[in-house]
Design a protein around this ligand. Structure first.
Ligand code: NAD
Ligand code: WQD
Length: 344
């Protein structure tokens, strides 16, 4: 009998890739998504890859009663992966209340409903943003959480505290918090990938749109940082590698592989890559030049952050496998597919 998982935000970038890996691992999946930052066409892409069209319900996770009815309709849901959130750092500065409501109330709704629905565990999408600019690199899970630089980052910190306090108060379920570094790339099939609304804020989608000619030029936000080439450094992780970690985390909870009720893992490659290095890697891997110029620093950017992934490597038995170069090629293949479909 297949075990069933609820994936909130499952038509989104990371969620859709995770749904495919859950299906590949033999799970049944129910997606809840309000399509505020994705499109139901993603379900076609998922089905083309896995051969299985997941259950999908268009719903806002702020609708607690709607979630309750959904869980009553699917009493065999054993676990939840909670991706649904607003995630644009810049937007969060201008619309803090939207972010606090959307990113915190949705989690509280799920945590309150889990006991009555007999759900055994929840995987939560957190972010390396909780570390701010770490004092020591690579950063480990016991690095201090620093004051958030944006309301978005603050919602992730608050969410982690809510989960911690709820578990410690004796909640009858487990949780695994996954702190993602910088997810990039697309499924190798080219059927699903990142589809940002409007002008991309993140580096890689802006880069591939520039390579495609959609954007005139990529602005490199600063080359006067204390890094080897002066540009900021990040830990860019392949989105499929990231998705696979979620399956391992869900297995760990549902198979009771740990006596811990709450675990936190950094999901990164352990390698810091600069903006300029990433541009060079893209050009080398694809043979496509990326027009770019150095401009001033972007407010709120941290200088450099990359993970120490040893805890996830050892405890989860998970390691990021795909190279940044091949991941950038997957991002470019996805951009070309979007062009073929007339989407971008
Ligand atoms: P995304 O925007 O592609 O996916 C989020 C999905 O959630 C979208 O499909 C959106 O329509 C849906 N959604 C938003 N609010 C909802 C609500 N109230 N009810 C139902 N559905 C809702 O984002 P993503 O990049 O896939 O990120 C997924 C999760 O991972 C988010 O929680 C994000 O904060 C976290 N995260 C992302 C990154 C990153 O760089 N992409 C890094 C760290 C953490
Ligand atoms: C990466 C690097 C920029 C765009 C953000 C959020 C984080 C998480 C991932 C949700 C930086 C530089 C970027 C451009 C550039 N999201 N850059 N020109 O800022 O590390 O993380 O997305 O959880 O919370 O903070 O990712 O892709 O925006 O930037 O030079 O046009 O690329 O300065 O150094 P970031 P990013």
């Amino acid at each position: 009998m297949k075990q069933k998982i609820l994936v909130t935000g499952g038509t989104g970038y990371i969620g859709s890739h995770t749904v495919v890996e859950l299906q590949n691992a033999g799970y049944d999946v129910v997606i809840v998504d309000n399509l505020s930052n994705s499109n139901s066409d993603v379900l076609d892409g998922i089905e083309k890859i896995s051969g299985i069209r997941p259950d999908f319900k268009k719903m806002d996770c702020n609708d607690k009663e709607g979630l309750r009815v959904l869980l009553q309709k699917h009493p065999d849901i054993k676990g939840i992966i909670h991706f649904a959130a607003s995630k644009a750092v810049g937007e969060s500065v201008h619309k803090p209340l939207l972010y606090y409501r959307n990113n915190i109330v949705t989690l509280i709704n799920l945590l309150e409903l889990m006991p009555e629905a007999d759900i055994e565990g929840i995987v939560f999408s957190s972010s390396c943003t909780v570390y701010g600019q770490p004092d020591i690199l690579p950063v480990t899970e016991d690095a201090p959480v620093k004051p958030a630089l944006s309301p978005y980052g603050n919602t992730k910190q608050i969410n982690e505290e809510i989960i911690r306090d709820t578990i410690y108060a004796g909640a009858p379920f487990k949780s695994i918090v996954l702190r993602y570094f910088n997810p990039i790339g697309a499924h190798p099939s080219g059927e699903i990938g990142e589809l940002p609304n409007g002008v991309p804020q993140n580096l890689v989608p802006f880069l591939t749109q520039t390579a495609m000619g959609i954007r005139k030029e990529l602005s490199v936000f600063g080359d006067d940082y204390n890094t080897p080439d002066g540009s900021c450094m990040r830990d860019y992780i392949n989105v499929v590698d990231l998705a696979k970690a979620h399956v391992i985390a869900m297995n760990r909870m549902l198979q009771n592989k740990s006596k811990e009720k709450l675990e936190i893992f950094n999901l990164g490659t352990g390698r810091g890559v600069s903006v300029l290095e990433l541009i060079t890697a893209f050009e080398k891997g694809t043979g496509v030049k990326v027009p770019h110029k150095i401009v001033g620093r972007r407010e709120g950017d941290i200088e450099k952050v990359w993970a120490n992934p040893e805890h996830a490597n050892k405890v989860l038995g998970w390691t990021a496998k795909e190279s940044v170069e091949n991941t950038l090629i997957s991002a470019w293949n996805w951009q070309k597919k979007l062009r073929e479909k007339g989407i971008q």
